[in-house]
Every structure is written in structure tokens, then in C-alpha cells.
Design a protein around this ligand. Structure first.
Ligand code: PMV
Length: 391
């Protein structure tokens, strides 16, 4: 793989090899360029048009929590790409008459000036890889299939949908770019918008972050999990229980920063590597007891890291714990291999094999939904990743 990476600081110029990656440290501003994703001069001229993509959210099994500069994860992670929780984005482009980035963002057809700083920042970050962003004015029209402010992170689906639109525009401007390159680049760009977004481009199980036994794993992009996967995991189900639909109490940026100088960070990062190693035979054999043990440990460790950081946070709510306890009692009683995972918030993802969907969904409806805000939950399952919208 011809992957060269330039990382610059003002004072030194070092060149070193790291698994086929050359790093050039040159300038203290510490910008980093990955050469294979920098395009040349466009080969075609297009004045205006539109492209559209849907892209799903994802749920991590081994969690990404903690990052280094340039959106490099401190540990590898793996997630299921979801199917129903999606963002749909249409990118309309026309000639830009200004010198800077020119765009308007709409959510459900309404202008969203609040989204502008995040998109502007994203454009600045990815500009070296998408210089054509300054050729156009963009109307970014986006909507989510999940309820607005449901407490479900829309950044993974939103950033991956936008990244797919940007590479689709690149595909129109440059000849000879193959589909695999474009998907890889979309994941690479999405990562620069929101780390976990890089795991939403591809379907099924996606790994992000270098791991010694996972072939092709990369800190720069999400890659499809390369080893054998038991059928049970190919259509795994996720009932997302909306315990708290409010704004995130701790933003991702603040949360990841809490891992700097965290006393338990080094052992947490090692644990994530180990959990991934342990998952490889489990994903192959379909051993659900072992699967559950790793998945729940990961969720609770994520929250334990937040509870033991400085400053500290409790992101679970009383109903989060009620649900976990009810789920454990239900699992013990029924022997149905159902488990939970959590993101950096109070909502609970209930994970279960498709063959138990009827019983588990009745349990969710009749018992657990009482602990959700307005009894709301979303039934989702493993999906296929980003898809083009026919315009
Ligand atoms: O992508 P971010 O910066 O929003 O971080 C997501 C972190 C977790 O959702 C808590 C875990 C993960 O791996 O998705």
C-alpha cells in the first residue's frame, strides 16, 4: 500500500518508517498530510449539480475513547454498522463567487446557522484532500431518520453522509478513481469530521485503529472486519432505548480529552487491544456468552473511565441502571443471550440475535420502555453502510 503521511513541526525534519507509513516531521504547526488522498488537478470541469447519500449510525462493541492529534485514536475499536438510524444528505453545488468556503446547511429544509462552525471546521481540515471545495457554493440538505434530539449521536451518520457526497463530487471531477479508493477516502475524510464516523461507510463489522492481528487495520480509516464472522452476527439486532433525549452532557471532544493524563488510560488502551484479540475467535464461533462478557465490560469500562477522570462525570441516569438490572434478570431467567452496550450517554443499546427478536422486543415494549423518555425506543439491526440516493 502506498500510504505516505507527512506530519510537520517547525523545528525538526525527521523521516521514519512505520508499517509502510513515512512520517515527515517538519513544522511545529503539526499538520499531517496523507499523500495518497491528495488529488491532482481535476480532469473535468463541472459547473453545477447535486449528489446525495444516506449513511447510518454505528454502535461500538470495543469503544474508541481517547485520541491523539489529527483524530488518531488512542486504541482500536470495532462496531456494528446500523441500518435504520441514518442521515440523508444531498449536496447541491454551483459556482462559488467568494474566496473562502461558501455553503448553507439545512436540516429538514430549515437553515441551520448553528451547524456552520462544525462544517467550516470540517472543510478546513479536509481542504488539502478536497481542494475543489473552494470551487463551489454548497447547499447541504440533510435530515435524519431518527427523531431529532433523541440523544443518538448524529455526528457519525451526518459526517459519513457528507464525506460520501464529497467523494462522489470528486468522482465526477476526476477520471479513473475506483470505488474502493473512494470508499476508503470517504472513511478517511469522515474520520476528520468525527472519529467514529469513519466506521459508518462500510456495512457489517468495521474496525478503526491499528491492531496487530487485524490485517489492514488503520488509524486513518475504518476497514471492514477481515476475518470469518459467524452468521449470528450478520443480522444482529439493536433496540436503542432513549433514556435521555437531551443534549449530550459531555461533548465528544471534552470526553476524549479526559483520557489525557487519566491514571487508568494506559491499561484501558491495552484492554481494548486485548478485547479485540479475544473477539476474533468469538466472532468466528458465535460464542454468545463470551461475546456478552466483552461487550458489557467495554460499555461499563467506558463509563468507569468517565467516572474516574478529572473532572469526573456520571453519564448514566437512574433509568439506565434500572434497565441494565432488568435485562440481567431477564437474561438469567430466560437464558436468552441478550446484552447491553452504552455510548457516552444514558441511552441503552440492547443487543440480541435475530432469532430471539420476537421475545426480546416484547420484553423491551412491555418492560423496558417504561424507563425511556416518553416510552421511546428504536429498533435497529446491522446494515450495509452508506448508499447513494438517486437524484
Ligand atoms: O466519534 P466521537 O468523537 O463522537 O466518539 C465516539 C465515542 C463513543 O461513541 C463513546 C465510542 C465509539 O467508539 O463510538
Amino acid at each position: 500500500m502506498d500510504r505516505r503521511l507527512y506530519c510537520c513541526t517547525r523545528t525538526q525534519q525527521i523521516t521514519k518508517k512505520q508499517n509502510e507509513v513515512s512520517i515527515f516531521v517538519k513544522d511545529d504547526h503539526s499538520f499531517m498530510l496523507v499523500e495518497e488522498f491528495i488529488p491532482n488537478i481535476p480532469s473535468k470541469k463541472i459547473d453545477a449539480g447535486s449528489v446525495g447519500f444516506t449513511s447510518p449510525s454505528n454502535i461500538a462493541l470495543v469503544k474508541y475513547w481517547g485520541k491523539k492529534p489529527h483524530q488518531i485514536p488512542s486504541n482500536p475499536s470495532i462496531s456494528f454498522t446500523l441500518n435504520n438510524c441514518k442521515t440523508e444528505t444531498v449536496l447541491q453545488f454551483s459556482p462559488n463567487t467568494t474566496d473562502g468556503f461558501s455553503f448553507e446547511v439545512y436540516l429538514d429544509e430549515k437553515k441551520q446557522p448553528d451547524f456552520r462552525p462544525k462544517i467550516e471546521h470540517f472543510f478546513q481540515r479536509i481542504f488539502p484532500y478536497a481542494p475543489f471545495l473552494k470551487y463551489y457554493h454548497f447547499d447541504i440538505k440533510t435530515s435524519n431518520t431518527f427523531p431529532h434530539s433523541s440523544g443518538i449521536a448524529s455526528s457519525a451518520s451526518g459526517m459519513s453522509a457528507l464525506a460520501m457526497c464529497i467523494v462522489a463530487l470528486e468522482e465526477q471531477l476526476y477520471s479513473g478513481l475506483d470505488a474502493n479508493y473512494l470508499k476508503r477516502k470517504a472513511s478517511f475524510l469522515a474520520r476528520l469530521g468525527s472519529g467514529s464516523a469513519c466506521r459508518s461507510i462500510e456495512g457489517g463489522l468495521v474496525v478503526w485503529g491499528e491492531h496487530k492481528t487485524i490485517l489492514g487495520s488503520s488509524d486513518l480509516e475504518g476497514v471492514p472486519y477481515p476475518f470469518e464472522v459467524h452468521d449470528v452476527f450478520k443480522n444482529y439486532q439493536d433496540a436503542i432505548l432513549l433514556v435521555d433525549k437531551g443534549e449530550k452532557q459531555v461533548s465528544s471532544t471534552v470526553g476524549h480529552n479526559l483520557m489525557h493524563n487519566h491514571p487508568y488510560a494506559p491499561s484501558r488502551f491495552e484492554q481494548a487491544h486485548r478485547h479485540l484479540d479475544q473477539l476474533i475467535p468469538i466472532l468466528k464461533s458465535g460464542d454468545l456468552e463470551e461475546f456478552i462478557s466483552i461487550i458489557e465490560k467495554e460499555a461499563l469500562t467506558l463509563h468507569a473511565m468517565m467516572m474516574s477522570s478529572d473532572p469526573y462525570f456520571i453519564l448514566m441516569k437512574p433509568n439506565t441502571l434500572e434497565i441494565i438490572n432488568l435485562l440481567w434478570t431477564y437474561r438469567k431467567r430466560t437464558k436468552i443471550p441478550v446484552c447491553f452496550t452504552l455510548d457516552a450517554g444514558a441511552n441503552v443499546h440492547v443487543l440480541y440475535p435475530k432469532k430471539h427478536a420476537i421475545e426480546v422486543e416484547l420484553f423491551v415494549k412491555n418492560k423496558l420502555s417504561a424507563y425511556c423518555q416518553n416510552n421511546q425506543y428504536i429498533l435497529d439491526n446491522v446494515g450495509e453502510g452508506a448508499e447513494r440516493i438517486k437524484i
